[in-house]
Design a protein. Structure first.
Length: 277
């Protein structure tokens, strides 16, 4: 992609394989936002074979985004164009770069991100507050999520893509509980970019392997580390792992005297079960 003009920063050259007429998109409502981008639910006319109107998700910059943000989005778009279709990887259906700011059009994932999805389906003491009457999940559902995530990541790894931000919040759940790996804002294709390092950007510390964290060395195997954390997120229904992880490490102190007593453990676990998010 090239900038044609410096006067309007969004003047990008259209890619005919992906360009979709902006006027065939109807934005409906904001369904999500990150640090620099926002996502709308929208309808697109004639974007999918055999469907006149499809529900899609449109990702774009927020109003006061910087030029860094702009290029992050353009990088993401470029990268997504190179990823072939896979059931468990969110698909870029098209882009709008002409006559306005860049829009990325994605297939729609009905149930939103996996972290919120899991948290809304916890069997807690407050289960009766489950006003939306959401179906609870079975072990089989949880196992299916882990399998589908592994399948999606296996596919990305086979194409030499490193995700670098694999976490339940970046995984989407579509109709029939189909998993879609998403959020490629930090992803890199190692074929051309394996040496590029992040600095000052957002770094998902709690999901990062030691080599990614300390040496900025991101590989498919560091994605595997993050996958391990995602397994934890799934098994705790979207729980934050820090408290329990700290507890585990506490039990593994070399000096036995520094390990917690069972009474301390009971107290902490009780607190965790009843209060923690
Ligand atoms: O649970 P959510 O609303 O689902 O939180 C995130 C948010 O935008 C920020 O990424 C939602 N989102 C992103 N991409 C899609 C998509 N393709 N389909 C449905 N929701 C999406 C996501």
């Amino acid at each position: 992609l090239y900038m044609e003009s410096t006067e309007e920063q969004w003047k990008l050259v259209a890619d005919e394989r992906f360009e979709f007429p902006r006027n065939r998109i109807r934005l409906k409502k904001v369904i999500g936002g990150g640090a620099f981008g926002q996502v709308f639910a929208a309808t697109a006319t004639g974007i999918m074979d055999g469907e006149t109107e499809s529900t899609v998700a449109v990702k774009m910059l927020k109003e006061h985004a910087s030029s860094d943000d702009f290029w992050t989005l353009v990088d993401e778009m470029d990268l997504l164009k190179k990823i072939d279709k896979h059931l468990n990887v969110i698909r870029l259906l098209g882009c709008c770069v002409l006559n306005g700011p860049p829009w990325l059009i994605f297939e729609y994932a009905l149930h939103g991100n996996l972290q919120t999805f899991l948290r809304n389906r916890r069997r807690s003491r407050d289960a009766y507050l489950n006003v939306e009457n959401l179906e609870f999940l079975t072990h089989k559902d949880l196992a299916s999520f882990t399998y589908q995530i592994a399948k999606g990541m296996e596919f990305l790894a086979s194409r030499k893509f490193i995700h670098r931000d694999l976490a339940a919040r970046n995984i989407l759940v579509a109709e029939h509980n189909i998993i879609k790996i998403s959020d490629f804002g930090l992803a890199r294709n190692i074929n051309y970019d394996y040496y590029r390092k992040t600095s000052g950007g957002r770094e998902p510390v709690k999901w990062m392997s030691p080599e990614a964290l300390f040496d900025r060395c991101h590989t498919t195997q560091s994605d595997v580390w993050s996958f391990g954390i995602v397994l934890w997120e799934i098994m705790t229904y979207g729980g934050t792992h820090t408290p329990v992880y700290n507890l585990m490490r506490h039990c593994w102190q070399t000096n036995p005297a520094e390990r917690p007593t069972f009474t301390e453990l009971v107290g902490k676990l009780d607190y965790w079960l009843t209060r923690a998010s």
